[in-house]
Design a protein around this ligand. Structure first.
Ligand SMILES: NC(=O)c1ccc[n+]([C@@H]2O[C@H](COP(=O)([O-])OP(=O)(O)OC[C@H]3O[C@@H](n4cnc5c(N)ncnc54)[C@H](OP(=O)(O)O)[C@@H]3O)[C@@H](O)[C@H]2O)c1
Length: 508
């Protein structure tokens, strides 16, 4: 540490090392994930946590570097409990794989340290077409945290110990774009400045911890979330950037830290008894510090949390619009899940943890979609059931009616109408018992206005004379919409917690 180092209220200062601030703390029985543990602050954090007896899971992009760090730690601490697992935070699929493997491993999770970080990088898009620094530093960690939260909650409940989430931010969080987070311009190359983009992602780390705090408190869950600035440390992130390197050369003499000092605040916030029950704070040098006014802005934090909802566009994928949503405990029926949009819907719902029942006419096709999904998401909860919307013989008197009617209206509307009606009782009791809103989603089409002049040919549904297959299709899609609207009216009237919506799925 440089020449200025004063102890704060915690009794520690900028020159305290991670070993010093965790001296005497017994971590046996605790499990922690440290992202970006393959170098710098993350590697030292993993070492010191292992030294204190924690089971450490190093979540790293580069497995070779991760294994090298693990071997070095094992040389020093032969009985260290330490694993290395692959995680690329810039890829939502990688985050999901990591979380799904972890959640199905049966390991508990007491502490999550979101440490990994991409530095100030020239504009680049991630695999998911999101600006790389924001994708890595914020979105990847946001999704990871959400996907691991259930495991953290159950660990905390079962062990009766507080869970802790630690976001490694930076002092630079206050020196970014004027508006803080450029919600509508995340991918805008025009105004891109790599230092502002880095600062934006670090501001997002603080806001994320604060909004997590609010939500955990609201839920009454014993999990805290804090953010921190580790100090100015000569690591890969600073060495690989000439601007950061220059700053470090000039100011490092006064404020620069060694890596053991750089990991101190992280280890302090993750382990120290002084931090018990403390949440939504920003730490510097192992003491609570002031973050920027934007970082304290609760509305900004809530907006960032909901950002994906406001950022959707024509090009958004099903994965993007459901990113971070945990559907565990929900059950959905998807009709026509054996191909196309239905199959994709099944895949993404299972990715979110929903138990999906694929209602399909062709069970062989359904089983093949199921197998593909299970290959990608081994823990997916997915069943295939035979179901032909065009012949609900087993169901009721509708069969006679249905046989008399044209295919499009019978399949697209009447089959779904009857199905919805027959399942409504189950949906109502599910929603009543779980206190979770039920949702009925009718996949209509923007072609719904382009049918017969009268909309629905009530007296001529089976009239061969005026039949036009395109109008008949549009008629059935209009019926989907009308069905939705009438359902909404009736459910509201009944005061039932079930919504009904219709949609057009494709680009025009
Ligand atoms: N050093 C400082 O002065 C300073 C100051 C303020 C804040 N911070 C923050 O401290 C944290 C740790 O940085 P550091 O200084 O220790 O730098 P570092 O040595 O470069 O460590 C960064 C770590 O993040 C990992 N990482 C980068 N992109 C990743 C991705 N897409 N997926 C998974 N892991 C990825 C790196 O993995 P690879 O080995 O694969 O590259 C590396 O292990 C960062 O969040 C940084 O923003 C550092």
């Amino acid at each position: 540490m440089g020449i200025f180092s004063r102890e704060g209220a915690s009794g520690f200062s900028a020159s305290s090392t991670a070993e010093q601030v965790t001296q005497g703390i017994e971590g046996t029985g605790l499990t922690a994930i440290v992202t970006g543990a393959s170098s710098g602050i993350g590697a030292e954090t993993a070492r010191v946590l292992a030294l204190r007896g924690l089971h450490v899971v190093m979540a790293v992009r580069n497995m070779d570097s991760g294994v090298t760090v693990k071997e070095t730690i094992l040389k020093e601490i032969p009985n260290a409990k330490i694993d290395v697992r692959q995680l690329d935070l810039s890829s939502l699929a990688s985050v999901r794989n990591f979380a799904s493997d972890y959640n199905s491993s049966g390991l508990p999770l007491n502490i999550l340290i979101n440490n990994a970080g991409a530095g100030a990088t020239p504009f680049k898009l991630s695999q998911d077409s999101i600006e790389l620094v924001f994708a890595t530093n914020h979105l990847g960690h946001f999704l990871l945290t959400n996907l691991l939260l259930e495991t953290m909650k159950s660990t905390s409940r079962e062990s009766n110990r507080e869970g802790r989430i630690v976001n490694v931010s930076s002092l630079l969080h206050q020196y970014g774009y004027r508006e803080g987070i450029r919600f509508d311009k995340i991918n805008d190359t025009a105004g891109y400045n790599r230092y502002f983009a880095y600062a934006q992602s670090k501001l997002a780390n603080v806001l994320h911890a604060n909004e997590l705090t609010r939500r955990m408190k609201e839920e009454g869950v014993e999990i805290t979330a804090n953010s921190l600035h580790p100090g100015a440390i000569g690591t890969k992130i600073t060495r690989n950037d000439c601007f950061f390197q220059c700053l470090f050369n000039v100011f490092g003499i006064f404020t620069g830290k060694t890596i053991p000092q750089g990991a101190a605040t992280t280890c302090f916030v993750a382990l120290h008894p002084q931090v018990k029950g403390v949440s939504g704070e920003y730490f510097v040098d192992c003491n609570i510090a002031k973050s920027s006014s934007q970082a304290k802005d609760a509305d900004l934090a809530a907006k960032l949390w909901d950002f994906r909802a406001s950022g959707f566009s024509l090009w958004s994928t099903a994965e993007q619009v459901t990113e971070g949503i945990n559907g565990t405990g929900l059950t959905a029926i998807v009709t026509g899940g054996s191909s196309g949009i239905g199959a994709k819907t099944c895949r993404v719902l299972t990715l979110c943890g929903v138990h999906v029942v694929m209602a399909v006419r062709n069970t062989a096709a359904g089983e093949s979609v199921k197998e593909t999904i299970l290959e990608e998401i081994p823990g997916a909860k997915i069943d295939v059931r035979e179901f032909d919307l065009n012949s609900l013989e087993s169901e009721r008197s509708i069969q006679a009616f249905q046989r008399r009617h044209r295919n499009a209206i019978a399949t697209n509307h009447l089959g779904h109408f009857l199905l919805t009606k027959l399942l409504l009782k189950t949906m109502k009791s599910t929603s009543g018992e779980s206190k979770i809103e039920g949702r009925i989603v009718n996949v209509s089409s923007s072609l719904h206005p382009d049918g017969y002049r009268k909309g629905i040919h009530f007296d001529k549904i089976n009239d061969e004379a005026g039949y036009n297959r395109y109008y008949a299709y549009a008629q059935s899609k209009l019926a989907n919409l009308l069905h939705t609207n009438e359902l909404t009216r009736r459910l509201k009237q009944e005061g039932v917690k079930i919504t009904a919506s219709s949609l057009h799925p494709l680009k025009n």
